[in-house]
Design a protein around this ligand. Structure first.
Ligand code: SF4
Length: 205
């Protein structure tokens, strides 16, 4: 990792914004930012926020979502956790807690405004951004995204063809909660995933 990126990552790991200056309710536990920025990787996984298992492990995607994501990408765990191949920078770095029904809350809204642009500026080598879920799509695709996540993902070729910046592909979250979505949208596995896997393999060897 480059020295400036290392310094910034150290500041993120010490961050307490959501406890000391929260927008609304404070984080219900001590912050534990989980991210793997990289000054070498050509691919960025712009994910959502840690869940309970990742909050405990301190490593992104050490859960069933991670298993599904690795299978979508066609990579081994070893490749996935190689920071020369993948940077992993979610939209919220700390586990946000759960709602009354036991679902994970959305990424903390303090996080991306505080850190994301600075981190992206120190990873200029990123060629491909995989935006996982609507929060990452809102930040990285912005106005070119469609009205719904389904339409944005279905329209992935338009997102891919956008002229400026790194290439972007929109993905749904690989959570078990989206198993029904995957069944309803078979084009995702038939059409988008083969393209995704070939772009990944091209970039990681
Ligand atoms: S979620 Fe982000 S902004 Fe909030 S405490 Fe964690 S690192 Fe800081």
């Amino acid at each position: 990792m480059s020295e400036p990126l290392e310094r910034l990552t150290a500041r993120v790991r010490a961050c307490r914004i959501c406890v000391d200056q929260p927008l609304g309710r404070p984080l219900p536990h001590e912050p534990r930012p989980v991210l793997r920025p990289s000054a070498d990787a050509r691919i960025l996984l712009a994910s959502q926020a840690p869940g309970t298992k990742v909050h405990i492990s301190g490593m992104p995607f050490t859960d069933a979502s991670g298993d599904r994501l690795r299978s979508w990408l066609g990579v081994s765990s070893e490749e996935f956790y190689d920071t020369e191949k993948f940077a992993i920078v979610p939209m919220g770095f700390c586990f946000p807690g759960q709602d009354a029904k036991g679902g994970d809350l959305p990424p903390r809204r303090e996080c991306a405004p505080a850190w994301r642009a600075q981190l992206m500026a120190l990873m200029p080598q990123i060629e491909l951004v995989l935006t996982i879920g609507s929060y990452a799509q809102a930040w990285h695709i912005g106005t070119t995204r469609a009205a719904s996540l389904t339409d944005t993902v279905r329209d992935w070729r338009t997102v891919w063809d956008a002229p400026a910046g790194p290439k972007v592909l929109p993905l749904p979250h690989p959570s078990w909660r989206n198993t029904g979505w995957l069944k309803k949208n078979p084009w995702f596995e038939m059409d988008l995933l083969p393209f995704l896997r070939s772009e990944i393999r091209y970039r990681i060897g």
